[in-house]
Design a protein around this ligand. Structure first.
Ligand SMILES: Cc1cc2nc3c(=O)[nH]c(=O)nc-3n(C[C@H](O)[C@H](O)[C@H](O)COP(=O)(O)OP(=O)(O)OC[C@H]3O[C@@H](n4cnc5c(N)ncnc54)[C@H](O)[C@@H]3O)c2cc1C
Length: 212
């Protein structure tokens, strides 16, 4: 699609059409941001007093997973806790705690990216199993709002990834894959609002996410 057609089709076309374009339009996929990058400051034996690395400077994620701001906010809470305990060894304490925080979203982003054949890196059996399981979960979630909601909770970092493997969730995944697509397991409304299970999973299904 050319840029003009794209502008006509976006909600913000009016704003964009009068805004001066400062440079070439760069597709997001080609930008530096589509890579995951993690720096292990916690492994340094020394770090200068009065300085900290924070947010994307610690770890930046492929933005399609929408994790960076959530992680940065939790890091702010961790920094608050670390500051409350004094300035002594602040950076080391902060890096140690944030490293544990980053482990999960890092595994989500990297594990998912490894599903794509062009991504280089070792593909461990565990990761392959998880990605296979997630593909089954996506299929079942098209008809099951409990699964769809559970997936979004994990993707939005409000639950641990293990919550997707709980026996009752695994059972729903198994049952959902035995049903032909189109057969409904649960009523389609997630809440009293207008978001239906299938509307939710349409978005989920298009999202290339995996775990661990
Ligand atoms: C396209 C895209 C989409 C994203 N979508 C999501 C999403 O949906 N959900 C989500 O959670 N995360 C998303 N992210 C990730 C999120 O934006 C980042 O993880 C988050 O903004 C990181 O916060 P930060 O404070 O580390 O860095 P930033 O928000 O980048 O802030 C760094 C600031 O430092 C300033 N700066 C840089 N160099 C200098 C300098 N030399 N002197 C002074 N100032 C300087 C910059 O101008 C900037 O204001 C997305 C990222 C991208 C690129």
């Amino acid at each position: 699609m050319n840029a003009k057609l794209l502008l006509q089709r976006t909600q913000h076309a009016d704003v964009i059409s009068v805004a001066p374009i400062k440079g070439a339009i760069v597709p997001h996929q080609d930008s530096i941001y589509s890579a995951n990058l993690r720096r292990h400051y916690e492994e340094l034996s020394r770090f200068p007093d009065g300085f900290l690395a924070y947010g994307d400077a610690l770890c930046s994620f492929n933005p399609v997973y929408g994790q960076g701001m959530t992680v940065a906010c939790i890091e702010a809470l961790i920094l608050g806790e670390c500051l409350a305990a004094g300035a002594q060894g602040l950076a080391q304490r902060f890096f140690r705690k944030t490293s544990a925080l980053i482990d999960i979203p890092w595994q989500i982003a990297v594990g998912s990216d490894l599903q794509h054949p062009r991504v280089q890196g070792p593909r461990a059996a565990q990761g392959r199993f998880i990605n296979w399981y997630i593909s089954k979960l996506f299929r079942a979630a098209q008809q099951d709002d409990v699964l769809a909601a559970r997936f979004l909770e994990v993707a939005n970092l409000t639950r641990q990834p293990q919550a997707l493997l709980e026996p009752r969730i695994a059972l729903r995944v198994w049952k959902g894959n035995r049903r032909p697509i189109g057969a409904t397991a649960t009523p389609p409304c997630i809440s009293s609002g207008s978001r239906t299970a299938s509307g939710l999973t349409d978005r989920v299904g298009a999202w290339p996410i995996g775990l661990l």
